[in-house]
Design a binder for this molecule. Structure first.
Ligand code: GLN
Length: 185
């Protein structure tokens, strides 16, 4: 089992540290040649979704990764990574658009841009949730399972092999969401 972490910008190193703690092999995708290596799952980290979307296209990673995700490659998107997977983005442009969710970017406003809470994730239990200028999921299509809500807003979901969280599990100690993703591989 080997995971790829998109490492164009943002919080990719923190995901690598989580995978190290779980004993999962991983490598970083920075350029097209990196796609020549085998991998069984992909992590799209937090960061800035517009910048990542632009880099994905400039570096010619967009089409091959979209094809892999569409073909069923397990993918875990956190925060900006969630935005990259959404088929509709209320105040931005869709990137891969492979997941039936409508996302609202920077949804908590300036004051609440960053906050910490704890909440229940379906099938996993209560986990720490760190939000940083986070999006939330405003609507889901049929086939999308809502996994967590905070204040009535959807903050985690799954559709087939695509798992997303609006918060950053890689910034806290709790390994359970990463462990759950590994079980999907
Ligand atoms: N606000 C960022 C965006 O719209 C996401 C923030 C994050 O990934 N922590 O892309």
């Amino acid at each position: 089992m080997r995971l790829a972490i998109l490492a164009l910008q943002g919080a990719f190193a923190e995901h690598a540290a989580m995978l190290d703690r779980l004993g999962a092999e991983h490598f970083e995708i920075r350029r097209r040649q990196d796609l020549g290596q085998p991998f069984d799952g992909l992590i799209l980290p937090g960061g800035e979704s517009t910048a990542m979307g632009r880099l994905l296209r400039d570096l010619e990673l967009f089409q091959p990764l979209k094809a892999r995700i569409t073909a069923g490659l397990p993918v875990f998107g956190t925060c900006a990574g969630l935005i990259l997977l959404a088929e509709a983005v209320e105040n931005g442009v869709p990137c891969f658009g492979t997941m039936g969710i409508t996302v609202k970017r920077n949804a908590y406003g300036r004051q609440l841009g960053s906050f910490y809470t704890e909440g229940a994730v379906r099938g996993i239990g209560t986990v720490p949730m760190t939000f940083i200028r986070a999006p939330y999921i405003a609507a889901v299509s049929a086939g999308v399972e809502v996994l967590a809500e905070v204040d009535g807003r959807i903050v985690a979901a799954r559709q087939g092999a695509q798992l997303v969280t609006a918060f950053h599990p890689e910034l806290n100690d709790d390994l359970s969401i990463h462990r759950s993703f590994l079980s999907m591989l």
